[in-house]
Structures are given as C-alpha cells and as structure tokens.
Design a protein around this ligand. Structure first.
Ligand code: ZN
Ligand code: ZN
Length: 318
C-alpha cells in the first residue's frame, strides 16, 4: 500500500510503499478515505514522542475486514487509544491512560497517512449518512474539545475565554459555545477569528483589552506564553484548561495559581459519540477550516502547506 513515513532528518514525511497491515484478533482493517494533518503530526516530524513510522490519527475510512457484520462495509471514524483492559487504569475506567496503550500514529502503532490501517473494532464509530468524509475526519479533534465539559462543569452564563484561534481553538470555541453564550475566542489572526463570527461566537485579537475574571480559560495557543496569559485572565478559584503540548518549556509564575487558588487541568483525548453527533446535527461547522486537500502521495507538499501561516486544516486523500 501507499503510505507516508516520518522523515525526521528533514522534519517532514516521505511517500513509501508498505505491506498492507494484518488485523489482529478483535481488530478491523479500515481503508482510509480521508485523513487530517494535526499540529501533533508536525511536532512528530520534529521529534516529539520519538515516533518513527506512519503518522496520522485523524481519519475517516471504510471497514473492509472485520469479524463484526454490523461494521463491515460501514464508513467509520476511530478512537486513537488502543488499550489492554487489564492494567490498573483500564480497571479504573480510565482507558485513555492505559499504561500498555498504543496510540494511532503517535505511539507504537502505524497511523492513518496510508491506504489502510488496523484498529480494534471497539474503537470504531459509524459515520452518519449525512456527514461527508471531509467533515467526519474532524471527529477526533472535536472529541478532544468535548473532553473539556467532561472535566469541568460549564453552566450557561459562565464566562469562558478560549485562547487560540487555530484548528483546535476554533473547535473548542464552537463546542463550549453550545454550553454558554458568554464565550470569547482570543487569537492573533483577524481572518481566522472572522470564521467564528457567522456562528455567533464573540472574538478579540490578543492585542485588544480583555476583561479579566473569566470562570474558565482554555489555553490552546501552543505557545509558551499561553499559560501565563490564561492565569492573568481567570478569576480566583476559576479553572484553566491546558489543551496543547508545547515543545519548549516556559517560566511560569506559580505564585499566581496559589494565591488565587486556580485549578489547572490538563486535557487530551475525548469522547467520540458527542463529537460525531455534533457533526451530524451541524452543531459544529468544520468545512470553513479546510484550507487544502492533497493526494496522499503528495504528503511532503501537504506538510509544507500545513505549516504555512495562512493554513488551518490540510487533508490527505489516499
Ligand atoms: Zn490531532
Ligand atoms: Zn490498560
């Protein structure tokens, strides 16, 4: 099959031929219809997680082989953490923290920048008919946005600030905007923020004056300064959610969260069911976020495009 492999020396990917993967017991063979390039993939190319192999964890595909008749032939998206069901965290119903996990395209498991992948059947979710593949491919980052209301109670009328106007920031603003109308998305790019205006989401440039005292601030800038900014904007006894892994560390004024008794919550992968439902209902609008679609074999050009300042989401089509 055709696939893209990390080329860490050049901080990109290269097109390769690989053997088609064989599904193990309980796994399905999925033909990839569409895959999305995420910031994590760009970081993997720069050495993050020390991953070698085929990256890609955002995909929509069709099940070609599996023991379950209900799934065969269906279009699916898939949860990326593949877990053991045996370890202490699996038994505590925290499978995303399984100590033996593999993660699609990130940790010890080849990913979706390929014609085929394998995933446990239990990870797969059928895509509703009215959701096209180019929207379904956003299920994973939309699920990551839905992780926040699982972790933090958000009531209507509470003030939420989302710091960051990139792919994930935009999705988080849309998802949290379903819970409270008092939401502000802050970013560096007027043109990106303008994509949120038709959805009724208030926006501001990070150079604009912003009223502090928010109940919840979500840090999704991917920059070292983001956390300090979040700590300035949150109210005493409020919550800061950290949603991006930042490659380089930054000095943080840790006296502020102590004095103001701020909860800092790390947040990673989330539930697929509400994500797929939101895409089907049109509660989350993803198509304006697509900057370009490339054939899989043009992976290096797609990665280059994804790094450009005027790109949001770049898709790959096998
Ligand atoms: Zn991602
Ligand atoms: Zn486990």
């Amino acid at each position: 099959m055709k696939a893209l492999e990390l080329d860490r020396a050049r901080q990109t990917v290269r097109a390769v031929e690989k053997p088609k993967p064989e599904p193990a017991e309980g796994e399905a063979l999925v033909r990839v219809l569409m895959a999305g390039i995420c910031n994590t993939d760009l970081e993997l190319a720069q050495g993050y997680m020390d991953f070698n192999g085929i990256p890609g964890h955002e995909f929509a595909g069709v099940v070609e082989e599996c023991a379950n008749d209900h799934l065969r032939g269906q279009r699916v998206v898939g949860e990326i953490n593949c877990v053991c069901h045996q370890c202490a965290y699996c038994r505590m119903e925290m499978p995303r923290h399984c100590v033996n996990r593999t993660v699609l395209g990130i940790l010890n498991r080849d990913g979706a920048f390929a014609e085929y992948i394998t995933l446990p059947e239990e990870n797969l979710h059928i895509i509703p008919k009215r959701v096209p593949e180019e929207a379904a491919v956003f299920a994973e980052p939309v699920a990551a946005a839905f992780r926040i209301p699982e972790q933090v109670r958000i009531e209507d009328g509470q003030r939420v600030v989302v710091l960051g106007d990139g792919k994930l920031g935009q999705l988080i603003a849309q998802v949290l905007g379903l819970r409270t109308k008092q939401l502000l998305c802050v970013g560096r790019h007027r043109w990106k923020l303008d994509l949120l205006a038709p959805l009724g989401i208030a926006t501001a440039l990070d150079t604009d004056p912003i009223e502090p005292g928010a109940d919840l601030v979500v840090e999704v800038t991917g920059t070292p300064e983001g956390l300090n900014r979040a700590l300035e904007l949150v109210r005493p006894e409020g919550t800061v959610v950290l949603k991006t892994t930042v490659a380089e560390g930054a000095p943080i004024d840790m006296s502020r969260p102590v004095i103001n008794e701020i909860s800092i919550v790390g947040s990673r992968c989330g539930p697929f069911r509400p994500a797929v439902e939101a895409l089907a209902l049109g509660n989350v609008e993803v198509r304006p976020l697509i900057s370009a679609t490339y054939p899989l074999t043009e992976g290096p050009a797609a990665f280059e495009r994804a790094r450009q300042k005027d790109a949001i989401k770049v898709l790959l089509q096998p």
